[in-house]
Write a protein that binds this ligand. Sequence first.
Ligand SMILES: [Zn+2]
Length: 113
Amino acid sequence: MHEMAICENIRVLIEEQARTQNFSRVERVCLEIGALSGVEVEALRFGFDVVMRGGVAAGARLDIVETAGTAWCLPCAVTVTIGRRYDPCPRCGSHQLQVTGGEEMKIRELEVM
Ligand SMILES: [Zn+2]
Protein backbone atom coordinates (compact mmCIF):
# COMPACT_ATOMS: atom_id res chain seq x y z
CA MET A 1 0.00 0.00 0.00
CA HIS A 2 1.26 3.41 -1.09
CA GLU A 3 0.23 5.06 2.20
CA MET A 4 2.37 2.63 4.22
CA ALA A 5 5.44 3.78 2.30
CA ILE A 6 4.51 7.40 3.03
CA CYS A 7 4.20 6.57 6.73
CA GLU A 8 7.65 4.92 6.65
CA ASN A 9 9.08 8.14 5.18
CA ILE A 10 7.38 10.22 7.86
CA ARG A 11 8.80 7.95 10.54
CA VAL A 12 12.33 8.34 9.12
CA LEU A 13 11.95 12.13 9.09
CA ILE A 14 10.66 12.19 12.66
CA GLU A 15 13.42 9.91 13.95
CA GLU A 16 16.00 12.13 12.24
CA GLN A 17 14.58 15.23 13.89
CA ALA A 18 14.50 13.45 17.24
CA ARG A 19 18.23 12.79 16.92
CA THR A 20 19.25 16.26 15.77
CA GLN A 21 16.88 18.19 18.08
CA ASN A 22 17.16 15.88 21.03
CA PHE A 23 13.65 14.84 21.87
CA SER A 24 12.52 11.37 22.77
CA ARG A 25 8.75 11.50 22.46
CA VAL A 26 6.36 12.99 19.96
CA GLU A 27 2.92 13.83 21.31
CA ARG A 28 1.30 15.09 18.15
CA VAL A 29 2.10 15.09 14.47
CA CYS A 30 0.41 17.54 12.16
CA LEU A 31 0.56 16.72 8.47
CA GLU A 32 -0.44 18.92 5.60
CA ILE A 33 -1.87 16.99 2.68
CA GLY A 34 -2.81 18.56 -0.60
CA ALA A 35 -6.12 17.59 -2.20
CA LEU A 36 -4.24 16.61 -5.38
CA SER A 37 -1.46 14.64 -3.69
CA GLY A 38 -3.25 11.34 -4.26
CA VAL A 39 -2.85 10.41 -0.59
CA GLU A 40 -5.82 8.68 0.99
CA VAL A 41 -6.28 10.24 4.39
CA GLU A 42 -8.08 7.26 5.93
CA ALA A 43 -5.43 4.80 4.75
CA LEU A 44 -2.73 7.14 6.01
CA ARG A 45 -4.32 7.33 9.47
CA PHE A 46 -4.50 3.58 9.63
CA GLY A 47 -0.91 3.12 8.47
CA PHE A 48 0.40 5.81 10.79
CA ASP A 49 -0.46 3.97 14.02
CA VAL A 50 1.02 0.73 12.75
CA VAL A 51 4.23 2.22 11.37
CA MET A 52 4.96 4.48 14.37
CA ARG A 53 4.87 1.58 16.85
CA GLY A 54 8.10 1.20 18.78
CA GLY A 55 9.45 4.59 17.67
CA VAL A 56 9.53 8.09 19.14
CA ALA A 57 6.11 8.84 17.68
CA ALA A 58 4.41 5.70 19.00
CA GLY A 59 0.89 6.58 20.10
CA ALA A 60 1.21 10.14 18.85
CA ARG A 61 -1.95 11.95 17.84
CA LEU A 62 -2.20 12.54 14.13
CA ASP A 63 -3.78 15.72 12.86
CA ILE A 64 -4.27 16.14 9.16
CA VAL A 65 -4.82 19.47 7.48
CA GLU A 66 -6.07 19.12 3.95
CA THR A 67 -5.13 21.93 1.63
CA ALA A 68 -7.12 22.79 -1.49
CA GLY A 69 -6.00 22.02 -4.99
CA THR A 70 -5.42 25.11 -7.07
CA ALA A 71 -4.83 25.57 -10.77
CA TRP A 72 -4.28 28.35 -13.25
CA CYS A 73 -6.99 28.45 -15.90
CA LEU A 74 -5.64 29.68 -19.23
CA PRO A 75 -8.96 30.87 -20.75
CA CYS A 76 -10.06 32.65 -17.54
CA ALA A 77 -6.52 33.80 -16.64
CA VAL A 78 -7.26 33.28 -12.94
CA THR A 79 -6.36 30.78 -10.25
CA VAL A 80 -9.25 28.44 -9.47
CA THR A 81 -9.81 25.79 -6.81
CA ILE A 82 -10.26 22.19 -7.94
CA GLY A 83 -11.08 19.06 -5.96
CA ARG A 84 -9.34 16.53 -8.16
CA ARG A 85 -6.49 16.61 -10.64
CA TYR A 86 -8.51 16.24 -13.86
CA ASP A 87 -11.43 18.40 -12.84
CA PRO A 88 -12.41 21.10 -15.34
CA CYS A 89 -12.34 24.79 -14.50
CA PRO A 90 -15.34 25.57 -12.24
CA ARG A 91 -15.81 28.92 -14.02
CA CYS A 92 -15.64 28.04 -17.71
CA GLY A 93 -15.47 24.23 -17.86
CA SER A 94 -12.15 24.25 -19.68
CA HIS A 95 -9.54 21.55 -19.17
CA GLN A 96 -6.69 23.91 -19.96
CA LEU A 97 -5.59 24.03 -16.36
CA GLN A 98 -2.13 24.07 -14.90
CA VAL A 99 -1.98 22.74 -11.37
CA THR A 100 -0.29 25.27 -9.09
CA GLY A 101 -0.93 23.91 -5.61
CA GLY A 102 -2.29 21.05 -3.53
CA GLU A 103 0.11 18.35 -4.72
CA GLU A 104 2.39 18.47 -1.71
CA MET A 105 2.48 16.54 1.52
CA LYS A 106 4.58 17.68 4.43
CA ILE A 107 5.00 17.67 8.17
CA ARG A 108 3.63 20.98 9.35
CA GLU A 109 4.25 20.60 13.06
CA LEU A 110 5.59 18.19 15.67
CA GLU A 111 4.66 18.52 19.30
CA VAL A 112 7.45 16.96 21.30
CA MET A 113 8.46 16.27 24.88
ZN1 LIG B 1 -11.68 28.79 -16.69
